[in-house]
Design a protein around this ligand. Structure first.
Ligand SMILES: [Fe+2]
Ligand SMILES: [Fe+2]
Length: 148
């Protein structure tokens, strides 16, 4: 995370980077490493949201967070489908396109509704934890999201 960047902005930058990685795989170059990196980045992104961001927002945003958690479950299963296709040496393009559609639907709600509250509502300690994780955090091996 770039110093001085608002959390909302830093989290939105991650969304775009993940989209770009999947699109690099679907493009003419068919970059498989870009896809692997994007899948790791998306799992890590979901981890940071469910572990650091959502719990303190939950009391005041019960419904939006509930929807976000449900959609994370859909995203997680879609990623499992992409990984399974890649591992089996099958064509993963259709699974990647489906994942991009799910991501678009998720991000266009999360960015305007949830992210502004990350900067407005979180206390300094949580914001510092989140900023640290954004910089160089890794999620625990084998972790799965709440509704996977
Ligand atoms: Fe999310
Ligand atoms: Fe997100």
């Amino acid at each position: 995370m770039t110093e001085g960047m608002a959390l909302a902005e830093a989290l939105t930058v991650e969304h775009r980077a993940i989209d770009d990685g999947i699109e690099a795989f679907l493009g003419d170059e068919g970059d498989p490493q870009a896809l692997r990196d994007a899948m790791l980045a998306l799992r890590r992104h979901i981890y940071l949201e469910e572990v650091f961001l959502f719990p303190p927002l939950k009391p005041t945003m019960m419904m939006p967070i509930f929807v976000m958690l449900r959609e994370h479950g859909e995203l997680w299963r879609a990623m499992d489908g992409v990984d399974a296709a890649v591992t089996a040496g099958e064509d993963a393009d259709a699974a990647c396109r489906d994942l991009l559609v799910l991501l678009d639907e998720h991000n266009k709600k999360e960015e305007p509704i949830v992210y502004p509250r990350a900067d407005a509502d979180l206390d300094d300690e949580v914001r510092a934890e989140l900023a640290d994780f954004l910089r160089d955090g890794t999620y625990p091996e084998g972790w799965v999201c709440e509704q996977a």
